[in-house]
Design a protein around this ligand. Sequence first.
Ligand SMILES: Cc1cc2nc3c(=O)[nH]c(=O)nc-3n(C[C@H](O)[C@H](O)[C@H](O)COP(=O)(O)OP(=O)(O)OC[C@H]3O[C@@H](n4cnc5c(N)ncnc54)[C@H](O)[C@@H]3O)c2cc1C
Length: 618
Amino acid sequence: MAYTGFLSALRSGRKLHISRGRCRSTVASTKRREEKEQQLEGCTLVEAVPVELISQTHKDAIAPENQIHIDFDNTQEAYKSKGNMELLRSLLVFKLCAVDVLVEKNKELMELSKRLLGQRMFERLMKMTFYGQFVAGEDHNSIKPLIEKNRAFGVGAVLDYSVEEDLTQEEAEKKEMDSCVSEAEKESPDADHREKKYKAHRQFGDRRGGVISARTYFYADEAKCDNQMETFINCIKASGGASADGFSAIKMTALGRPQFLLQFSEVLVKWRRFFNFLAALQGKSEMMVLEQKLELDQLKENLIKLGVGSKDDIENWFNGEKLGLSGTIDLLDWNSLINDTTKISNLLMVPNLETGQLEPLLNRFTAEEERQMKRMLQRVDILANYALDNGVRLMVDAEQTYFQPAISRLTLEMQRKFNREKPVIFNTYQCYLKEAYDNVTVDVELSRREGWYFGAKLVRGAYMYQERARAKEIGYEDPINPDYEATNRMYHKCLEYVLEEIEHSRTANVMVATHNEDTVKFTLEKMNKMGLSPTENKVYFGQLLGMCDQISFPLGQAGFPVYKYVPYGPVNEVIPYLSRRAQENRGFMKGSQRERSLLWKELTRRVLCGQIFYKPVY
Ligand SMILES: Cc1cc2nc3c(=O)[nH]c(=O)nc-3n(C[C@H](O)[C@H](O)[C@H](O)COP(=O)(O)OP(=O)(O)OC[C@H]3O[C@@H](n4cnc5c(N)ncnc54)[C@H](O)[C@@H]3O)c2cc1C
């Protein structure tokens, strides 16, 4: 039979290895649910009739007179923390961003100004304009006054060291190919069965192209990854020192050779497909992943028919002692992943639907590759421990879809370890992805069953243009929603799901990371209906420094936990970041037009009220 190989692997000594990387089986805690369920990666098994998982009633809705309404047009409140010079600077910067040629040629213009003005004058010019608007300062010390001022007005900080290497496109492509292609692939490029989506392609090697907001790291060597880890540690320490409820953000691509993220992503996706195949056997392939509750008895029967083990084997596989106290089989054990004795390449096995065999993703990994994979995980673990010790919550940023399954899964493994008593680790979900809702719901469900704190940052997504161009040219399905409206619907649907989970259990936490005023209003409305007070600290808001102050400050002053991503770094080294800020604030964008008109309104108001020398008091 087709799955004999799969079965024999399961039955043999390889069984546990196989399961670890990619299968998960859970049984719902009896305390929480009457149902007895089991879940494999992206695929739920259920014996009882499913019960309603989330309360749809809003019995605790806040009485209308006590509901919190924020007037995002009240410029006096929004810009209370800003002097007139700061308002003028914002207006100037946003106005410059409206000039197409300046935005398109911004890097060349900055280079030219540096040559004409000299370094010192150039730095002064930048500090009076773009750098002053979007970057907090050069280092931990110089950013302190700004952070303290923002905090005095109710707005916290997520420190984000924004230095980027200024590589040429060729250099970036070379680095990417060197770090994403394994030794085995280099030796015999045609011998592997890798999927093209999860392989590096030179023409998309410069991952900086077509990206909004996000910073890009290129792998150089292990020492550089260690340096980047040190930088993240410094951010965590500074966040911990600065407040009792700090956040810090990290990017996995900064912490190791990206080859591992590509390979691990491919493995996870292939296993997901295998479980979809099992769901299809029960006629459930068209359902949402969370709805794909496989009948356990039927599944067992299917596996037996397919030759995947004897009845006893299969009973044992699903019901044995492995279920443990929480009713969860821990198949990808974080502790063992980072343990020196675990060979990670052993986990990179994939089921072949045609042969029924479990196959290694690559024929060979060098000892150095093995060490590099391990070090990446160890660095992440070190950061998580620092975060825990310093009382800081760690947000793992989302990146490109060919890395993201691995990033998200490794983050989830950290959540299982570190989010036992409070939410320490936050995963990021990109709602421009067609699969966003499936990703959110499956992870929430898992947290619910396993009893850890779900923590999420919801974003729309920063890599849309790049993702679309890559999918089209390389030849795989576009992972992005068909249009902006679909992304908006997806964002609100995911957010609603997490909010309902908060209503249900008060263990989930979410950061609504957006500059979109409608989404912020949508969240406030839902919180009012749910009776969720901002002081419960379950819903946070996030914007970038220098953008959408008319959203962040009124929220902060009304008592909502709101955070700015605060970039910092020396002027010359944050130029790539500034370049992206210019792109995102282009005049034709709805948000930036609104911001300009509000800034203008407030300046006019101050002049008319005789507040020409207005100074924020705090
Ligand atoms: C605090 C913070 C943290 C962030 N962290 C991350 C992160 O970890 N990873 C990450 O990827 N991004 C991250 N971002 C960036 C984010 O994903 C968005 O790119 C950015 O915030 C713009 O989206 P918006 O919701 O603010 O605004 P909007 O202007 O409402 O939305 C713009 C976004 O909508 C989507 N969109 C636009 N046109 C279309 C279309 N035709 N079809 C489908 N979708 C479309 C795109 O995602 C685009 O970026 C972060 C943003 C913030 C504020």
